[in-house]
Design a protein around this ligand. Structure first.
Ligand code: NAD
Length: 508
């Protein structure tokens, strides 16, 4: 079955212009809107170009086109779908520097982290294209064969946050298409640019209606989650919004995958190299200015593995090394260079938007109100962008906001502990369960502690080593289900059991 892309003759296509004309795509065509809006570059608050604001009629049109496209796309043999998906990855790769620069200007992250996110966005597509979902033979005897297989669900709506606009888009597009679904991508209104260009580029590889985009305001998400024609929601965002998504999706029993917030602890035992571990822990606590991160080191040593990190949000350090650890942590944090991510030498960019900036500021207000001790940082200096000085709070009370809530900005609490049992109990004392890490030279202790932590992802002597081949998801209120890896692909499928009876029914 030959795949007929929405935009034909791609071999002769001119390169996609990533700097102008941000459009939404419905049924393979540009779908202009009467209203437009724009994002801001968070480093200087300059307006970025206009993007469409979708109407409810646009949602209806996209869902109708998706349903029609699903009829044929779901029947395209897997190997052909995979070939098209890999060709799409190659096309993104050819534009990687342009996508990287667009990401910096809309999201604010510094060059090395933007490089890493862009590379991961591409390698995640390729990685997931290497995962097979074979039929499982459950039973085979003279009477019958029983098989389970995975069938596509239908129309997927991908709802994406502002912290990883590129990776979290391809991380949903690839598995949806590989498993035979069609997808409507809704980027965050704060960071719509990379997502819209990814979908425009996809028209050169996929038939009309297979990959569509809708760009809108705060109405758009609820329109998608409540639309009876949408079959599955793949959502990444905050826990509060995730609960709304699930409530809305329940009306038509849509499938949901929810990747939500976290409050990740690091547990540092006394046998570590204090300076080396303080440097790493600081790195994982503050990268992407506390808004989830990708490290600055070259990541893609192997094609399919990469290291991405979400932030450490609570730092538990054994009391016997607390003072030297604090001094080392402060030294490393104070060496960071804060500024416009597009400039070389900048290690930390701004937070992404005014809403987040105002929220993080409330934690800084609490420093004085609650009498928290500051180990470093502690003030927000006036600047043209959403910049916040990386801040460490020295042993705040265990029930303070800074310990209990996810600030999602560059401010972390440094805490002490005495015994292994106590720190496990405190690390688990949260309704979040995204990740956790254990830092020690005693690997048997590390393994013992790791197995008692309640989170979807546990690391030893690192934080947030990820792979497109491994499932990623949260426990408790950090999410439902997982994305990536074989489990992630299965989340885009229904399970079908076939009972193949070998006896022909005859009259008795
Ligand atoms: P958010 O929940 O405010 O928004 C996420 C997306 O949902 C956006 O596209 C937004 O427009 C849309 N949305 C908002 N209200 C909606 C509604 N009622 N129905 C449907 N869609 C709606 O989150 P954010 O502020 O963009 O992102 C930050 C949050 O995302 C943090 O809490 C962070 O921890 C979480 N996050 C989790 C992961 C993970 O993998 N678990 C990864 C990245 C970010």
């Amino acid at each position: 079955m030959a795949i007929k892309p929405a935009v034909n003759g791609c071999a002769n296509c001119s390169p996609l212009d990533l700097n102008n004309n941000y459009v939404q795509i419905i049924n393979g065509k540009v779908a202009p809107t009467a209203q437009t809006r724009h994002g801001l570059n968070p480093a200087n608050l300059k307006p970025k170009p206009e993007v469409p604001v979708a109407t409810e009629a646009d949602v209806d049109a996209a869902v109708a086109a998706a349903k029609e496209a699903f009829k044929t796309w779901s029947k395209v043999p897997y190997e052909e779908r995979r070939k098209a998906v890999l060709a799409y990855a190659d096309a993104i790769d050819q534009l990687r520097t342009e996508f990287r620069d667009l990401l910096i200007s809309e999201q604010g992250k510094p060059i090395p982290q933007a490089d890493s996110e862009t590379d991961c966005a591409i390698s995640w597509i390729r990685g997931m294209a290497d995962i097979k979902l074979p039929e499982d033979l459950i039973e085979e005897n003279e009477h019958r064969t029983v098989i389970t297989r995975h069938t596509p669900i239908g129309v997927v709506a991908a709802i994406i946050p502002w912290n990883f606009p590129l990776l979290l888009a391809t991380g949903k597009i690839a598995p949806a298409l590989l498993t035979g679904n069609v997808i409507i991508v809704k980027p965050s209104p704060f960071t719509p640019y990379c997502g819209l260009k990814l979908v425009e580029l996809a028209q050169r590889f996929f038939p009309p209606g297979v990959v569509q985009s809708l760009s809108g305001d705060d109405n758009l998400g609820p329109w998608l989650t409540s639309h009876p024609g949408v079959d599955k929601i793949s959502f990444t965002g905050s826990t509060t919004t995730g609960k709304r998504v699930m409530e809305s999706a329940s009306k038509t029993l849509k499938r949901v995958t929810l990747e939500l917030g976290g409050n990740d602890p690091a547990i540092v035992f006394p046998d570590v190299d204090v300076d080396a571990v303080a440097q790493k822990v600081a790195f994982y606590a503050f990268l992407n200015s506390g808004q989830v991160c990708i490290p600055t080191t070259p990541l893609l040593t192997a094609r399919l593995t990469a290291q991405i990190c979400l932030n450490l949000k609570r730092l538990y350090v054994h009391e016997s090394i607390y003072e030297p650890f604090k001094a080392a942590l402060v030294k490393h944090v104070q060496s960071y260079t804060l500024g416009d991510g597009s400039q070389p030498g900048i290690s930390h960019g701004p937070v992404q938007n005014s809403m987040q900036f105002e929220r993080v500021k409330t934690f800084f207000d609490d420093i004085e109100k609650q009498g928290w001790k500051v180990a470093c940082g502690g003030k927000i200096e006036p600047s043209p962008g959403y910049f916040i000085t990386p801040t460490v709070i020295d042993r705040p009370p265990e029930d303070s906001r800074i310990v209990v809530e996810e600030p999602f900005g560059p401010i972390v609490p440094l805490l002490t502990f005495t015994t292994e049992e106590e720190v496990i109990e405190r690390a688990n004392n949260t309704n979040m369960g995204l990740g956790a890490s254990v830092w020690t030279n005693d690997l048997s202790r590390a393994s013992r502690v790791a197995r008692q932590l309640q989170a979807g992802n546990i690391w030893i002597n690192t934080h947030f080593d990820l792979s497109p081949m491994a499932p990623f998801g949260g426990h408790k209120e950090s999410g439902i289900g997982s994305e990536w890896g074989a489990n992630g692909l299965k989340a885009f499928c229904n399970v079908q059991t076939l009972f193949l009876n070998k006896k022909v029914v005859t009259a008795a």
